[in-house]
Ligand binder design. Structure first.
Ligand SMILES: CC(=O)N[C@H]1[C@@H](OP(=O)(O)OP(=O)(O)OC[C@H]2O[C@@H](n3ccc(=O)[nH]c3=O)[C@H](O)[C@@H]2O)O[C@H](CO)[C@@H](O)[C@@H]1O[C@H](C)C(=O)N[C@@H](C)C(=O)N[C@H](CCC(=O)O)C(=O)O
Ligand SMILES: Nc1ncnc2c1ncn2[C@@H]1O[C@H](COP(=O)(O)OP(=O)(O)OP(=O)(O)O)[C@@H](O)[C@H]1O
Ligand SMILES: N[C@H](CCC[C@H](N)C(=O)O)C(=O)O
Ligand SMILES: [Mg+2]
Length: 473
């Protein structure tokens, strides 16, 4: 951490700043406490507690009552919190890119990390699964960490010698200005479908939060890579071209990287691309069209950050997927496979089931649920998509958090009234496996890599892959 005094921050004191926190419970002697108005609570109410814990200055709105402790007055406390985090942890890898979109961010940043690595760069990626760098995997609490954790992470990666980092930009993170002070070299967009309407309230506000990455955070004339197969992507691409970014339009409808054909194989696919007018055929060692889309987004970002085309294409033929994304957990004695996936939106579930369907001779079965304290409007829609694309649906629990699980399941069941309802997730998976005949396939969706079931404030250890393997043993 850089050493700073309050004088460096414009206050009349030589006191040394020992750290920064936006949570009074984490304040230690010598910290600056950022008292931020939040979505549920107001950080300004915790100023006395922060002072008790040793805060020597408060960063907050001009009207905050700081009980005599020096105030760093701000019109935009979240932005100034990010700025102070950056001052304390000023270094970052030379190339940092961000990927946003409803689905596919985690897979895209991981694929890009692998391509960079094949090109000889010291590369890292971070997001929902944690931070993956040459020194291993570290877990993280958010998809886009809060500004302090973010700048600490970037500073650590720089100290490790990482030169290239790819990060996930969530709509919450963008809206809460968590990444406003990151110096970005490029940005990518995967797709936009329904999620998080509980937080953003309207589809337009959700789009605007995602678009901030391009319109507010990315320096002018930077490269952008945008999947233009949906309307949001086309709108964003037009905005970026008008703003003078160096845009690559990609996807089935892409101009710069066009997907000409995808031929699914048993556990891989042959992807024919037209890159700047030239054909290229890639044997992608991953199943599911959505993974091909994510790999193509990673390809666009690799080219935009200087990886030669032949090196990037060769690297695509060795890509391996993120844990919990169409991961084969095992097979029943009769040969029927069980896959784990992280689909937690209507579009994700639809793409998942449609990708798996051609590989199933018998019945396609699914076990899934919806998270509590998350967009309630997606529940029945996910139920309906499951009923439409699967032959057999079991509705179960997925992180009920503060909600009553029966109510969440009831909302899902409105979309799939013929489904079986089994709240206990292990029992639901066991029933799904029991129903598997030879030629069938079971998909357990929604939790992917997650290691726990969040009930109230408690995290009960639970991992779909482990549970499936225990039940199959
Ligand atoms: C809705 C949301 O995003 N909330 C995040 C936000 O909290 P907030 O500002 O709403 O906090 P609040 O509870 O209203 O409290 C206001 C302030 O008082 C402070 N406080 C509170 C209590 C106390 O005793 N003392 C204290 O100082 C809090 O630290 C906060 O600064 O800022 C906090 C600090 O950075 C985050 O931890 C918190 O994430 C919550 C836990 C969360 O669940 N977030 C999820 C929805 C999220 O961010 N998800 C995205 C996307 C997921 C995806 O689709 O991939 C992500 O990037 O992970
Ligand atoms: N390009 C895509 N289009 C639609 N669905 C996708 C796509 N990529 C992945 N999915 C589906 O969404 C699930 C989550 O994928 P991934 O974890 O990469 O998304 P994410 O954007 O990182 O999600 P989160 O918002 O939770 O961080 C996958 O398991 C799959 O079912
Ligand atoms: N990052 C997403 C993942 C949701 C996964 C699902 N298991 C749930 O809890 O809803 C979110 O926090 O909305
Ligand atoms: Mg993610």
């Amino acid at each position: 951490m850089m050493s700073l005094t309050l004088k460096d921050l414009g206050l009349k004191s030589d006191a040394v700043v020992t750290g920064l926190s936006c949570d009074s419970r984490h304040v230690e002697p010598g910290h600056v406490f950022a008292a931020l108005p939040g979505t549920a609570l107001d950080g300004r109410d915790f100023i006395p507690q922060a002072i008790n814990n040793g805060a020597i200055a408060i960063l907050s709105t001009r009207d905050a009552d700081t009980h005599g402790v020096p105030l760093l007055a701000s019109d935009e406390p979240r932005l100034d919190y990010a700025r102070l985090a950056k001052r304390l942890y000023p270094n970052q890898p030379a190339t940092v890119i961000a990927v946003t979109g409803t689905n596919g961010k985690s897979s895209t940043v991981e694929f890009l990390r692998q391509i960079w690595q094949s090109a000889g760069h010291a590369a890292a990626c971070f997001g929902t699964l944690g931070v993956r760098s040459p020194s291993g995997l570290l877990s993280m609490s958010h998809t886009t960490p809060d500004a302090l954790a973010l700048h600490k992470t970037l500073n650590d990666l720089h100290a490790q010698g990482v030169t290239h980092a790819a990060m996930e930009a969530s709509s919450h993170g963008l809206d809460q200005r968590r990444m406003d002070e990151v110096a970005l070299s490029a940005a990518g967009f995967t797709n936009l479908t329904q999620d998080h309407y509980d937080y953003h309230e309207t589809p337009e506000a959700y789009f605007d939060a995602k678009a901030r990455l391009f319109t507010d955070l990315l320096p002018g004339r930077s490269p952008v890579v945008i999947m233009v197969d949906d309307q949001a992507g086309r709108d964003l691409f037009a905005t970026c071209e008008t703003a003078g970014f160096y845009g690559r339009s990609i996807g089935w409808a892409g101009r710069d990287i066009r997907i000409a054909e995808i031929m699914p194989r048993a556990a891989s696919q042959t992807v024919t691309l037209v890159i700047d007018g030239e054909r290229a055929v890639v044997e992608l060692p991953l199943a599911a069209e959505f993974q091909a889309l994510n790999a193509v987004t990673a390809l666009g970002l690799a080219l935009s950050t200087g990886v030669p085309k032949d090196v990037a294409l060769k690297a695509m033929e060795k890509l391996y997927g993120v844990a919990g994304r169409l991961e084969m957990a095992g097979r029943k004695a009769n040969g029927a496979p069980v896959f784990i996936d992280f689909a937690h939106t209507e579009d994700g579930l639809s793409k998942l089931l449609r990708s798996v369907r051609p590989h199933v001779e018998g019945k396609l079965r699914i076990v899934f649920g919806c998270g509590g304290d998350r967009d309630p409007d997606k529940r029945a829609k996910m139920g309906a998509v499951a009923a439409r694309h699967a032959d057999d649906v079991i509705v179960t629990d997925d992180n009920p958090r503060s909600e009553v699980p029966d109510m969440i399941r009831a909302a899902v069941m409105q979309g799939c009234p013929d489904a079986t309802e089994i709240g206990d997730r292990r029992a639901a998976i066991a029933e799904g496996i029991a129903r598997l005949d030879a030629g069938d396939c079971l998909v357990v969706a929604g939790k992917g890599h997650e290691q726990g079931q969040i009930v109230g404030d408690t995290v009960i250890p639970f991992n779909d892959v482990t549970v499936v393997q225990e039940l199959l043993a």
